[in-house]
Design a protein around this ligand. Sequence first.
Ligand code: KG4
Ligand code: ZN
Length: 345
Amino acid sequence: MTETSEKNRIRILAIESSCDETAAAVVENGRTVLSNVISSQIDLHTLYGGVVPEIASRKHIERINQVIEEALRDADVSLDEIDAVGVTYGPGLVGALLVGVAEAKAISFAAGKPLIGVHHIEGHICANFIEYPQLEPPFACLVVSGGHTHLVLVRDYGVYDIIGHTRDDAAGEAFDKVARAIELGYPGGPKIDRVSKEGNPDAISFPRAKIAGNAYDFSFSGLKSAVLNYLNGCRMRGEEICVADVAASFQKAVTDVLVGHAMTAVREYGFQKLAIAGGVASNSALRRAMEEACAKEGIAFYRPAPILCTDNAAMIGCAAYYDYLRGIRSDYSLNAVPNLKLGER
Ligand code: KG4
Ligand code: ZN
């Protein structure tokens, strides 16, 4: 904490390259975003129906310098005026992570600035601090992304208890797989979100999985199979498939489970605040359902703007700032850790 009292403006240059977005941002004092540049590769991966890891790495290496230059320019900040370089080092695609980590190390070394390796999921959670400058821990957070579905108790900055996780597919993965099955293409989440607006969420009764032994764990593979079985049944009987109804009914099944688990957690653990984070947190039906459930029970609800829910570097800059305040620094042996666990370093 002494470092902030000596100097009241801490600026982090943050880099994110764990999946298919090459991103850089400059964040001041954790919560003020001076710039947030995201170069998405979605159009490229759409051609293949999903993220192709080698293509992702190659695109990152091609784009990363320009993205960082743009982030510094947008923020009107030079490398000299940066206090530390934060970078996602896991979890994610190893080749993709390595590009960001190598770049961050090079900048840290050349500019003589401290290096801070950041956990990607911690970044997603921290997106809430950017959206809500007054938000402080403790709170409960539902993290729903393409690779992760975690129910987390945020006890303090950097202190997490994971009380539930998915036993199989992540929520975003389920969206992507079901979207492929109903031929909406990649990325599935936003497409299902959009087409569901024209569908009836009660048209088809899909299962809501309950996990024996942990009320907070999730499972989405059974739901995905139920959707596939429904589609096969329709095709065999020669019945017309209403894509909007399938999408809306699937989305309702996912949101019911996410909202149900999250509300049970806040109730049981006595939390007054519930946040959501990750790409799936930009889903309009989930945001509405969470808002309603929280309002009914007098719980304060937090959700980042959609651009802060999906992968970005501003959230990494926020997480790096709180690490910086706690004196956490990475050395030049920092490596990519594809399956890094939340709370591990
Ligand atoms: O957090 P994120 O950008 O990347 C990971 O860390 O995985 O999340 C990407 C995931 C994808 O599975 C995508 O389909 C999903 O988030 N997603 C959505 C929506 N926007 C993105 N899922 C549901 N509704 C959305 N509007
Ligand atoms: Zn992510």
